[in-house]
Design a protein around this ligand. Sequence first.
Ligand code: UN1
Length: 456
Amino acid sequence: MSAPFPVIVCGATTDDVENALAETWNAKTVWEKTSVDERANCLERAANLFEENMPELITLLCMEGGKQLLDCVSEIREAVDFCRYYAARARKDLQPATLQGPTGELNQLSLHPRGIMVCISPWNFPLAIFTGQIVAALVAGNCVIAKPAEQTPLIATKAIQLLHSAGIPANVLQLLPGRGEIVGAKLVADTRTAGVMFTGSTETARLINQTLANRPGPIIPFIAETGGQNAMIVDSSALAEQVVSDVISSAFNSAGQRCSALRVLFLQEDIAPRVIEMLQGAMREMSLGDPALLATDVGPVIDQDALNMLNNHFNDMQKNATLIYQVETPPPANGYFFPPCAFELKNVSLLKKEIFGPFLHIIRYAEKDLDTILEQIIQTGYGLTLGVHSRIDATVKYIQERMPVGNMYVNRNIIGAVVGVQPFGGEQLSGTGPKAGGPHYLHRLCVERAISINTT
Ligand code: UN1
């Protein structure tokens, strides 16, 4: 959606990038020496400030990111959770540990900041993912240069203002909105950067990885969270009513613009006609429109490029698949609205890439072909989320043991991973780990040092 007010965003220049690097470099030592407790206090104050500024944050998420109101609330909740979770983890994980060793020797292992972390985040969670990366790096004692997505600089600016008000010094945390080719490329290539945290496309992740590989100097950590070709497998024992509700939220919440969103629904043929009919009924009730209205279920997609991609895919699918339903509410005249739709396909190989939007693909399968569809899902190369709807424990276990996915969800929807409860992130083409909102995240942002003292 275009904002109903004039917005001027100055993209950072290469000089701005250089200044930010130089300033952050100078701020490093002071922040490193700030106690873990004090750094964690800043995160907790930030969490409170995010909650106090809920109305403004909702407005920005809705106006700039086109987010539907309930999605705005969950996004702010997630940002707050990241602050409180990483603060709590830091207090626990960042203490030196005394290790077992021979008598007459003291052995300790401790974690230390790496230096400047570059955080590159996406427009689809312009507050939660943006904040999550930043606060994790900061609480571990690193300085941060944050590069938000080009589509969502305003929400990023507000988040940075709140983090500064929470006590994080301005030179320790710097914001550089602007173009990836200018800002991101220069930050990643600079040897002062000690680590890169990235969420976005698999292609961009590969580019960053190449740039890092070509740098002189130390080899640094790269945490990438990328795309998915997420499936849900529904067998004939599943409860159809629940399947439909979970499919609708998994495929269409946030206009399908979550990397966790459902892309391919595999329905066992015995239950398929009933589920499809109920799905059509449920989709008939969905409303597409202004995300600022409570009555709206699905808002716009992010920009013209996204809309074009979806329209092109719709045309392709019309040739190669059968339309099950497309939401009929006439979309508002202004904005990038794509009516949610579902198509039935013969084979998942028709999908060459992740379709990032409210676009569901359905495939029927026979019970005897379960292994074949599991193999097809693996063959996509991604490993992010997977849903299973079945009331047979043995089936759930069978699938769980075979599928290389980061987050598997059983008899529920496959989106909305909760910080600390469902640590989030994939494997294979979907990302490097460690999982965001999980207990191993902070370790990756630190260096480990061991000391061994002869005490005799
Ligand atoms: C993403 O879409 O980029 O599980 C991540 C979820 C969110 C994270 C999604 N917690 O839907």
